[in-house]
Design a protein. Structure first.
Length: 459
């Protein structure tokens, strides 16, 4: 029978005797808090699940959400079948977004089933015919819920995988000759900075690290996407590691003999020559693909934001380094379109994009988010650094005069919301916090920066 999920859900509930439904509803309502705790205790005990659920804020919110879910599915299954089906799909979409493996969800469902069976047994006795009906009824409802979640999970995971691949292909479509020269240039700048440090008197106690330089940021965050899977990536990573962990610390040691210094500089030059060789190979092996930029501003397309965010979240969790989102909105932009025309508005957006690109670092990402909103992802920053960069961008806009055609210029400002990654696994949560902070900036007078505060206080 080709039923809609809502129809199948309603039919399953109605087919169960009223006494069976009442028994299950009573057990679910009486034990929902305990069942939710057992569910998450089981999940947190699994080494693969812990990294998704060990964050206090997520745990607190999910615990209460799980209690509501148990009551909605088992205690009030006929209140609104369409809403219940939509809820299961929403849960599956969230699981896909935070990349929670589906087998862990199935494990949790199995734990929940077993706990429910034990409480049904205690409520009416194992030999009671009503017990068998209740077990079958609970199994049917939980299986249907898991089926709907899995369907939504797979659909959203496939969409995410397509976007990941599209972003990777788009990244390959950059002007590789320009990008190659840019990275050669920042590598040369780092080398010059190092040479100045070596000849400074007195010599500084620590030398500038390649891994945290402009080149290092680009390599760790952007090159990982541009050249995913390329063998040269590991070779370049090894070169950076040897330079930062072995050569530079020895060069920084006080009382270094001239012969030792010469030998170390030669070793450094050899490592840099190797790195340049591998870097050239990376660019030579790539194909050019053209698509994926916003047509007007030439910034990254918003469709790639989930892919980039998920990569950065994974990197942050592995390395313990934070990142931040800046959501910028051009103040009174509608007035520009209304008073000067849409062509003037387009010119403003193009200049705003250029202003942003020139105001962030080599490894940061800039997206056209929609309308007059643009989003910047700052890599390897804390709250203080992200606020400093955001304030610098705000000041750049305030100091700039925007051309709007026919020799006319206007002044504009921006409101910026800042949200620092706090280990919440859902990337949409971080975007919402940046969005809320941006609206706080606008509601507080515009032309200002607002940092998203404590997540619980933010709501």
């Amino acid at each position: 029978m080709n039923e809609l999920p809502e129809q199948e859900w309603a039919r399953t509930v109605q087919a169960a005797p009223q006494a069976c439904r009442d028994l299950v509803a009573g057990v679910a309502q009486a034990h929902c808090a305990q069942l939710a705790k057992l569910f998450y205790d089981s999940m947190l005990a699994h080494p693969h699940a812990a990294r998704f659920l060990n964050h206090d804020l997520v745990h607190q919110r999910l615990q209460a959400s799980m209690e509501r879910w148990i009551c909605e599915v088992l205690a009030r299954p006929m209140t609104d079948p369409a809403a219940i089906v939509a809820l299961q799909r929403h849960v599956g979409e969230v699981h896909a977004r935070i990349q929670l493996p589906i087998h862990l969800v199935a494990r949790g469902a199995r734990t929940l089933k077993q706990a429910l069976f034990e409480r049904l047994d205690a409520a009416c006795g194992h030999d009671d015919p009503l017990h068998r009906q209740a077990v079958a009824y609970v199994s049917e409802l939980l299986d249907m819920a898991l089926e709907l979640m899995t369907e939504a999970f797979l659909r959203n995971s496939q969409r995410g995988a397509r976007n990941d691949e599209a972003y990777r292909l788009f990244s390959l479509g950059q002007n590789m000759s320009v990008e190659r020269e840019r990275q050669r240039s920042v590598l040369l700048e780092w080398g010059q900075e190092l040479m100045f440090s070596l000849h400074r008197v007195p010599r500084p106690g620590s030398l500038p690290r390649l891994g945290t330089s402009e080149f290092g940021l680009w390599f760790h965050h952007k090159a990982a996407t541009l050249f995913e899977g390329a063998p040269e990536m590991e070779q370049i990573r090894d070169c950076i590691e040897r330079i930062d962990a072995t050569v530079l610390p020895r060069l920084a040691q006080p009382g270094l003999l001239p012969d030792e210094g010469t030998s170390l500089v030669l070793s450094l030059q050899q490592e840099l020559d190797n790195l340049k060789f591998f870097l050239a190979g990376l660019f030579e092996h790539q194909l050019e693909v053209e698509n994926g930029r916003d047509a007007l501003t030439r910034l990254l397309n918003r469709r790639f934001l989930p892919s980039v965010l998920n990569r950065e979240i994974a990197l942050s969790n592995q390395q313990g380094k934070r990142f931040a989102l800046l959501l910028l909105d051009i103040d009174h932009f509608k007035r520009v379109n209304d008073e000067h025309g849409h062509d003037a508005g387009d010119l403003v957006l193009q200049q705003a994009a250029a202003l942003l690109l020139n105001g962030v670092r080599n490894g940061d990402f800039v997206f056209r988010y929609g309308g007059e909103e643009m989003l910047v992802m700052l890599v390897e920053v804390d709250a203080q650094a992200s606020l400093r960069i955001a304030e610098n961008l705000r000041q750049r806009f305030a100091d700039n005069e925007f051309l709007i055609g026919q020799g006319r210029r206007i002044g504009l400002t921006v409101s910026i919301g800042v949200a620092v990654y706090d280990q919440h696994p859902d990337p949409q949560y971080l975007i919402r916090r940046a969005d809320q902070a941006m609206y706080m900036a606008k509601n507080s007078g515009r032309n200002r920066v607002w940092l998203a505060g404590d997540p619980l206080a933010d709501g």
